[in-house]
Design a protein around this ligand. Structure first.
Ligand code: PLP
Length: 406
């Protein structure tokens, strides 16, 4: 087999379909999935993932910045898109113009969006973000009602959703998630009593969804689980299928005598004669610098160690113990099957980070190759507030009757 790229990330769309099916089952009937595709869909390619998710019946998407939202609109993605966090002021006009929904956390922002929406002659769809313990964005519970009232009074704003974000990576396994949930319920009750509660209500990220935090309300916002990963070995991880693998190829082999130094700062020295393979990927491509002298890769089904520092464009591995390695040989950083597999979580542990960071860090120079995705029809879901309601919800995909057995 000839490898055409310095490095490539294979992205298995059938695995995404499978994971979305698991996510929907966990969400339960009538709960919509807003798929989070921020940071270029955690490195998987937001445009491809968004189109595939919509084909799978996903009713809405969450992104991190308005630029990400506009990229999807430009690529023809028509479902509702929410900027989960916030905008800097300069982003707002274009976002509204393209019908992007925006998270709201302050009175200033209400005033600014009302003015902009009025100038554009439209109604901006906003989601009120309540800070129940994340301490980041969101209005504190004590100030929430005032914001509900202001949004209600603003003629050019429409309350499309109310949200909070759970801080614990262990979801409902952590007591703080339940505390956050209760605080959120009290805010919702107050708004409901005054007739101010409207739109989708959403709380759960992947960790909260997979640990069955209740109530889920109308919509869930999973990201990482759709890509086959759960933080820190949460229950349900075994039901998911990994989506991305990262592979490169050997560009150079060199037989080193003993006591030869390798890489920046000479952090590794050969003890005995060995063979070093150089790979044309470095930390700019997503091979973490912290994997220097720590990480492992798969070559011909065997593990090999990263030796010396990872540099920007190159990584060196010791293949002295592996027979018949040749220039052009595939080398897997994460991916593979069975016991010949390195998971992104394994790599994250070695690099002393989280799988999220490594997945997002797969660089622009790495070619994305999409496989599968031909059979992706799941019933269309509503956006969470009753729009786009068509067909039956939350069914497992039906076997394709015309599909020839493989
Ligand atoms: C990133 C994000 C999510 C998705 O989190 P995962 O842990 O990837 O499931 C959900 N909600 C908000 C507000 C986020 O920023």
């Amino acid at each position: 087999m000839v490898n055409h790229h310095r490095a490539w990330a294979e992205i298995d769309l059938d695995a995404v379909t499978h994971n979305l099916t698991v996510i929907r089952r966990k969400a339960g009937p009538g709960v919509a999935v807003m798929l989070v595709v921020k940071a270029d869909a955690y490195g998987h390619g937001a445009v491809a993932i968004a189109h595939h998710a919509v084909r799978c019946g996903i009713g809405s998407l969450g992104v991190g910045t308005s630029a990400e939202a506009l990229e999807l609109r430009e690529a023809g993605v028509r479902v509702p898109i929410l900027v989960l966090g916030t905008l800097v002021d300069e982003e707002a006009a274009a976002a509204l113009h393209h019908g992007i929904e925006i998270g709201i956390h302050s009175r200033d922002r209400v005033g600014m969006l009302e003015k902009l929406a009025k100038a554009q002659g439209l109604r901006a769809r906003v989601h009120l973000n309540i800070d129940t313990g994340m301490g980041r964005l969101g209005v504190l519970p004590g100030n929430a009602l005032a914001l509900f009232e202001e949004i209600h009074a603003a003629k050019h704003l429409e309350l499309a959703g109310v949200m909070t974000h759970i801080s614990s990576m262990r979801g409902a396994l952590d007591e703080t998630a339940h505390e956050q949930s209760q605080v959120f319920e009290r805010v919702l009750d107050q708004a409901r009593e005054r007739g101010l509660l409207k739109g989708a209500i959403h709380v759960a990220n992947s960790a909260a969804l997979f640990t069955a935090l209740k109530p889920l309300h109308s919509t869930v916002r999973p990201g990482i689980s759709a890509y086959g990963i759960l933080p820190g070995g949460l229950p349900g991880a075994e039901e998911l299928r990994p989506v991305m693998s990262l592979t490169s190829q050997v560009v150079f082999l060199k037989d080193l005598p003993p006591a030869t130094r390798v890489g920046y700062d000479s952090t590794w020295t050969s003890v005995r004669a060995t063979r070093i393979a150089t790979l044309p990927v470095g930390y700019n491509d997503g091979v973490s610098w912290r994997l220097g002298n720590r990480g492992q890769v798969l070559v011909r089904g065997q593990r090999a160690r990263i030796v010396g520092r990872v540099s920007m464009d190159y990584t060196t591995i010791d293949v002295g113990h592996i027979k018949d390695v040749h220039v052009g040989e595939s080398v897997t950083f994460f991916g593979g099957v069975g016991d010949k597999r390195i998971s992104l979580e394994d790599v994250a542990r070695e690099a002393n980070t989280i799988a999220y960071e490594l997945s997002c860090a797969v660089g622009k120079r790495v070619k994305r190759i999409y496989i599968g995705g031909e059979e992706s029809q799941l019933p269309t879901q509503p956006a969470g507030d009753g729009r786009l309601l068509q067909g039956v919800q939350n069914h497992e995909p039906k076997p394709h009757s015309t599909h020839a057995p493989r």
